[in-house]
Design a protein around this ligand. Structure first.
Ligand code: HDE
Length: 717
């Protein structure tokens, strides 16, 4: 961070004295042992005992060692974020691949190959800081670019639309979603009365609700999520010409989800599942990567889209305006300290660089106020830009002064502009050549507290999203609505939801209503309600394949494969398959009844990574059970092993069984002797089939889940 420039009115060269003091300190530090000290540098001689009046007497108030340590501890916590409290972050870089000078003058978007350092924080919206990673929720996807022209924050999400159109409803949405205020329950869940009460009375939430209830709400990994800037922004080039722009992050790892039931179980088994996954991948050198894509619309052409670009409940279908890839984001370094970096990072949609500007999206406009405002409380004042994680890498200097936690020492008498006293060293205001300039948008209209009728269409894009899902994805949406609504106590709320859904798709509404003891969904009932606005909007296209995650394949690197083993396991086929999996970057873990080793059929010792007691199939992407009669019989008699496999089966994971290992599935009532179900591979132990089987297994894992498996309701897991 730049210090203030030296002031010409200052007489003694105190900078030299400061440098000399620093040098003295450095020499002192280098020549001293790294011993435990107080914050004042006093060496601590005993860190186990407080100062007492006698061996068995009371503690003395004068014990400044004890008081300093306890005080620091007592104040370790700062208020958590009011939303997006639970998060995890990583460092990396953004590399431009396509120069964008024609559209924007932003410096970091000019030169192909230029790398800009970034810090990214992923977050859950509703849960508190100690809640679980995998609960159904939207995810924040916030990127801070430390550009040469200052920090640029793209504070986005893993869905391209939001629930509400106007910032004035944000506190209501979040009050309804977060734990109910009288008893503080439920934690981090949308499945409760106040959430569904609010959203059912606000039909503009319908499109985002479909995204939340879809597989997007339960990502397999933060690394396997798309990201979106949500709002429409502007690119402005050096001539002042503007294009509307929407931002997309496309994961190289593919787009994948958990099963809803699996996500709920993981929440108990490993509440840190997503943050652990991100941390481990980076630590093992599998650096996650996303492409940055932009959809650009010329000023004036927005009228032809059939919806309002300023409405944050709408997306631009990629089939109407293609996404152009302009760069890549790579996360390659875990934070050194969760608090100092991930917790103290402060993102603001208002952090812009020249060449990028806002639009009048009324949700975005509200965000421009809210972030700085909340950070004043959370980070304790107006100086959070001085925290190392928030500091711009380029110099910054101005006449802002003082305030809590100010650490820059500003020198001299001058703290105002214009001035004549800091001659030769004043911070001159750039005449506009390099500086940020707002887009000169013509505005001439009356002041109103009303919405534009172009915001009235609440359903057509929800229908587009529904139409674009695969049959399995549609089933998941239906059951997610059913799960949440089955937890809603007031029947009238449930009824309102399905009546609204009838405006999206009649079949969707009927299917959701089926097990919920509701009347047949009635679109007319919804249309008659206060706040409901009819719209005659028509879909420009019937379906948008880009909105489905089905078929997305990012390879199997970092996938976790469970290998179940007991005494007598044959390792011939196991070794070949394990090698193929490891070569493709997957991680194989041997799981047995006990830790230590398992004796193989050839008398070797197979090291065990986990025992059944300490892990669960929901923490793995696929299961392999090698051959060997005594081993298969022992596993088939072991309830934990059978449950492990059945659960993986129920969650549609790839399974590879060799020889007698099929007995394990049979023990759970699933016979694979005729036609193995989708994603279940059966090897006969013949050595010539090992390599093709290994390849098939790799391909099955890359396809992620095999939803065509049914019936699943009868599987006892
Ligand atoms: Fe936020 N949002 N938000 N939001 N938001 C916050 O700022 C807010 C919205 C998003 O990792 C808060 O510093 C309002 C949309 C992310 O630190 C708060 C409105 C999108 C993060 C806030 C919105 C987001 C936040 C809480 C409606 C997707 C976490 C702590 C006008 C594009 C950033 C903080 C991080 C955080 C307000 C709507 C994304 C309270 C008023 C839409 C990723 O200021």
């Amino acid at each position: 961070m730049a210090q203030s420039k030296p002031d010409a009115t200052r007489k003694p060269k105190s900078g030299d004295a400061a440098a000399a003091k620093q040098k003295q300190l450095d020499t002192f530090t280098q020549t001293h042992e790294p011993v435990l000290t107080t914050n004042q540098g006093v060496v601590v001689s005993d860190d186990h005992n407080s100062l007492r009046a006698g061996l068995r007497g009371p503690t003395l108030l004068e014990d400044f060692l004890l008081r300093e340590k306890l005080t620091a501890f007592d104040h370790e916590r700062i208020p958590e974020r009011v939303v997006h409290a639970r998060g995890t972050g990583a460092h990396g870089y953004f590399e431009l691949t396509k120069p964008m000078g024609q559209y924007t003058r932003a410096d970091f978007l000019q030169e192909a190959g230029l790398r800009t350092p970034v810090f990214v924080r992923f977050s859950n919206v509703a849960g508190e800081r100690g809640s679980s990673d995998t609960v159904r929720d939207l995810r924040g996807f916030a990127v801070k670019f430390y550009t040469r022209e200052g920090n640029y924050d793209l504070v986005g999400a893993n869905v391209p639309v939001f629930f509400i159109q106007d910032a004035i409803k944000f506190p209501d949405l979040m009050h309804a979603w977060k734990p109910e205020p009288h008893h503080g329950m439920p934690q981090a869940s949308s499945g409760h009365d106040t959430f569904w009460d609010f959203v059912s009375l606000m039909p503009e939430t319908t499109h985002a609700l479909l995204w939340l209830m879809s597989d997007r709400g339960v990502p397999r990994s933060l690394r396997m999520m798309e990201g979106f800037g949500v709002h429409t922004f502007r690119f402005i080039n050096a001539h002042g010409a503007a294009h509307y722009v929407k931002f997309h992050w496309k994961p190289k790892q593919g787009r994948h989800a958990l099963c809803a039931e699996e996500a709920r179980k993981i929440a108990g088994q490993d509440p840190d599942f997503h943050r652990r996954d991100l941390w481990d991948a980076i630590a093992r050198g599998h650096c996650p990567e996303w492409e940055l894509g932009v959809q650009m619309v010329e000023e004036g052409r927005e009228q032809q889209l059939g919806f309002d670009l300023l409405d944050p409940t709408k997306l631009i279908p990629e089939e109407l305006v293609p996404v152009q890839v302009i760069g890549r984001l790579v996360l390659n370094r875990n934070p050194d300290n969760h608090f100092a970096e991930t917790e103290q990072v402060a993102f603001r949609p208002g952090h812009l660089v020249p060449g990028i500007d806002f639009t009048a999206d009324p949700l975005l406009q509200g965000r421009l106020f809210s972030y700085m405002d909340t950070q004043l409380t959370r980070l304790g004042g107006p100086n959070s830009h001085e925290l190392p994680i928030n500091r711009s890498l380029c110099p910054f200097h101005n006449y802002q002064r003082d305030g809590r936690h100010r650490s820059t020492i500003a020198r001299g008498a001058v703290s105002y502009e214009p001035n004549s006293l800091a001659t030769g060293s004043e911070f001159r205001v750039d005449g506009g050549q390099q500086g940020f300039q707002s887009y000169e948008e013509p505005l001439e209209s009356p002041k109103v507290r009303r919405r534009s009728p172009s915001f009235d269409d609440h359903f057509s894009q929800a229908t587009l999203f529904w139409n674009s899902q695969s049959p399995a994805e549609k089933e998941h949406i239906v059951s997610a609505f059913q799960y949440d609504l089955s937890r809603v106590q007031v029947p009238a709320i449930r009824q309102r939801v399905v009546d609204n859904l009838a405006h999206v798709d009649a079949r969707l509404a009927r299917k959701v209503a089926e097990p919920l003891a509701l009347a047949v969904p009635d679109p007319k009932a919804a249309a008659g309600r206060a706040g409901f606005r009819e719209s005659k909007a028509k879909l420009a296209i019937e379906a948008s394949p880009a909105l489905s995650m089905e078929g997305s394949n990012g390879g199997i690197a970092t996938r976790r494969i469970a290998v179940l083993a007991a005494t007598g396991v044959e390792i011939g086929a196991l070794k070949i398959i394990q090698q193929a999996l490891t070569d493709a970057g997957a991680l194989c873990c041997v799981i047995a009844d006990h830790l230590g080793v398992v004796s193989t059929s050839s008398g070797q010792q197979l090291p065990v990574d986990h025992c059944f007691m300490g892990t669960s199939s929901v923490l793995f992407d696929a299961v392999l059970v090698p051959g060997g009669a005594p081993h298969a019989e022992a596993l088939a008699r072991n309830g934990n092993a059978v449950h492990f496999l059945l659960e993986a089966y129920r969650h549609c994971k790839p399974i590879c069984l060799i020889g007698p290992a099929t007995e394990l599935l049979r023990a759970g009532g699933i016979d694979v002797s005729d036609q193995p179900p989708a994603g279940v591979l059966v090897g006969n132990g013949d050595p010539t089939t090992r390599v093709p089987l290994a390849q098939e297994f790799v391909a099955a894992i890359a396809r992620h889940r095999h939803w065509a498996r049914s019936p699943l309701d009868t599987v006892p897991a």
